[in-house]
Each structure stands twice: as C-alpha cells, then as structure tokens.
Design a protein around this ligand. Structure first.
Ligand code: FES
Length: 102
C-alpha cells in the first residue's frame, strides 16, 4: 500500500512550494497556478534540500549549485545535476491535496 501525504490546499498558496516529510522521505510540493505537483525534496546532484530554491513558472532551481528542474516531469533543465527528480502523482479533492508516494 503506498504512503499518502495529505494536507489542505490552503496551506500552500499559488506560486509557493513547501517541503513535507512522509514515508521516511522529503517531498517538495508545488502550487503552480492552483495545480499541484510533487517531486523528491532532495536535489539529485548532492542530495541537498531543494526547499528554499527559486520556484518560478514550472521550474525549481537548487539553492546550492543552481541546477534547474522541470517540476512537472522532474527532468534536468540545466546542471550540474545529471539525473532528474522523481515525481509523484497529486490529486486534489474537496480542498484536500493527496500526494501518492510510490
Ligand atoms: S545540490 Fe543541487 S545543484 Fe548541487
């Protein structure tokens, strides 16, 4: 059975992202114009937290060495990271955001 992360959508306003810990991992959840996305919370470059990085449009930029990732696909847009981020499915129902940690 997958681990679920749930919170109320009002916790995370549009244009913001926030780190949550669930199932023994850190997950970064993004509100992009009221559509929610989720990726692993640690950068694939050196496993440092992406939380606090610049989040703009559909891009998160690592605060440490500036790798940029597409938050929808997890793909690397610019290095030094060579590997993408794991992404997780997100559903919103009645104001509750549910991230399924596979
Ligand atoms: S730890 Fe993120 S770019 Fe280096």
């Amino acid at each position: 059975m997958p681990t679920l992360l749930q919170f109320h959508a009002s916790e995370l306003p549009p244009g913001q992202c926030r780190a949550y810990v669930a199932g023994g991992m850190t997950v970064l959840v993004y509100n992009l114009a009221n559509t929610f996305y989720a990726t692993q919370g640690l950068c694939s470059h050196e496993d440092l937290p992406l939380d606090g990085g610049k989040f703009e449009s559909n891009v998160i930029q690592c605060p440490f060495h500036d790798s940029r990732f597409n938050i929808r696909t997890g793909k690397v847009l610019s290095g030094p990271a060579e590997h993408g981020l794991k992404t997780f499915p997100v559903a919103v129902d009645g104001g509750t955001v549910t991230v399924t940690l596979l």
